[in-house]
Design a protein around this ligand. Structure first.
Ligand code: NAD
Ligand code: UFG
Length: 338
């Protein structure tokens, strides 16, 4: 059977996607250098699916390793999650971000081309829309970047468009994720950020479990319903399913296409706090502090292109997202090695 190579498959979204792929009978091979993950996540994939996950610890920039992997496996498609993703870190270490994300993707695509593999699903981000002029966001909105992380995603999208222009045999899905949250409903897998988390949900759940005392709410003077930032939170399992639909679409020669993966609904920071308090039955003390530089007021998707082209819709509710995060956090207070 043809193999799906999952770069970054030990990470948060990658590991959840491995579960969905394995459960549908795909043959999965994970390549990850574990710079932001633990191999334990893949043991959990095996525990959930009862299947075996083949794993190679290595870097997408390692050209000879990549060549070996493609020569030794009948790879039909690559789902490319591997990348660095922390916005603030990218402002301090822009070259590391371009090196890892952009150069890594180039090496990967060169090796794919050398081996006649031209089906690619790429993890892009709603960050490529910059500060959108209106909402909801459709895929044809103007693109821009406000930080090196976002620019790395934008540059990769442009490189992939050039690649397809030069050789139309490539089929490329640019999946623009909105705000992935949630965890596997089993409580066995979830987001396990290194150090102090940057994103809202891990911060909220760490406050609920008592690991952090208080949540900083970055501004309550945005032009939104309650003044706090509004985002389109999407359950990581729904997101994972979007990748299966994209892989199936690549087989029908889709060329290069971008799809928004979001629910299509915005929730404020305080909506998330209240939802978490309700599910966890824990108070989430918070303090309103200054706006975080670079943040936008509101961002949510129009996901109708993904619905029409891929037959994909997000099914999980906000309550599902929050209860699954809480189950993961309470069962694994210290993450995978807790
Ligand atoms: P993650 O950090 O949990 O997963 C990324 C994985 O890639 C990690 O396991 C890491 O060890 C691996 N990796 C990084 N550089 C590598 C390299 N050079 N070689 C091999 N492996 C490498 O992050 P995630 O949240 O699962 O995100 C997956 C992808 O989705 C990333 O490309 C990210 O930019 C993108 N994305 C994430 C979000 C989000 O909020 N989580 C939103 C939009 C887009
Ligand atoms: N927020 C707080 N306090 C916190 C953390 C976040 O108030 O401690 C607020 C932010 O100001 C924002 C909202 O919660 O209004 C969401 O913030 P996140 O950091 O969770 O998410 P972002 O929308 O800023 O960014 C995320 C990813 C990016 C990705 C983007 C779009 O971190 O990598 O979604 O997909 F590009």
């Amino acid at each position: 059977m043809n193999v799906i190579l999952i770069t970054g498959g030990a990470g948060y979204i990658g590991s959840h996607t491995c579960v969905e792929l394995q459960e549908r009978g795909f043959d999965v091979l994970v390549l990850d250098n574990l710079c932001n993950s633990h191999a334990e996540s893949l043991n959990r994939v095996e525990q959930i699916t009862g299947g075996n996950v083949r794993f190679i610890e290595g870097d997408i920039r390692d050209r000879s390793l990549l060549a070996q992997i493609f020569q030794n496996n009948a790879i039909s498609c690559v789902v490319h999650f591997a990348g660095l993703k922390a916005v603030s870190e990218s402002c301090e270490l822009p070259l590391a971000y371009y090196e890892n994300n952009v150069s890594g993707t180039i090496t990967l695509c060169q090796t794919m081309a050398d081996n006649g593999v031209r089906n690619l699903v790429f993890s892009s981000s709603a960050t490529v829309y910059g500060n959108p002029a209106s909402l909801p966001i459709t895929e044809d909105f103007p693109l821009s970047a406000t930080n090196p992380y976002g620019r790395s995603k934008l540059v990769i999208e442009e490189i992939l468009a050039d690649l397809h222009k030069a050789d139309s045999r490539w089929n490329i899905a640019l999946l623009r994720y909105f705000n992935p949250v949630g965890a596997h409903p089993s409580g066995l897998m979830g987001e396990d950020p290194n150090g102090i988390p940057n994103n809202l949900m891990p911060c909220v759940s760490q406050v609920a479990i008592g690991k952090r005392k208080i949540l900083n709410v970055f501004g309550n003077d945005y032009p939104t319903s309650d003044g706090t930032g509004v985002r389109d939170y999407i359950h990581v399992q729904d997101l994972a399913c979007g990748h299966i639909c994209a892989i199936q679409r690549l087989d029908k020669n889709c060329g290069i296409q971008a799809w928004n993966l979001g629910v299509g609904q915005g929730h404020s920071v305080l909506d998330m706090v209240r939802a978490f308090e309700k599910v966890s039955e824990q108070p989430i003390p918070y303090e309103v502090v200054a706006r975080r530089p670079g943040d936008i007021a509101a961002c949510y998707a129009d996901p109708s292109k993904a619905r029409n082209d891929l037959g994909w819709v997000a099914k999980k509710s906000l309550e599902d997202m929050v209860s699954d995060v809480w189950r993961w956090q309470s069962q694994n207070p210290n993450g995978y090695y807790g």
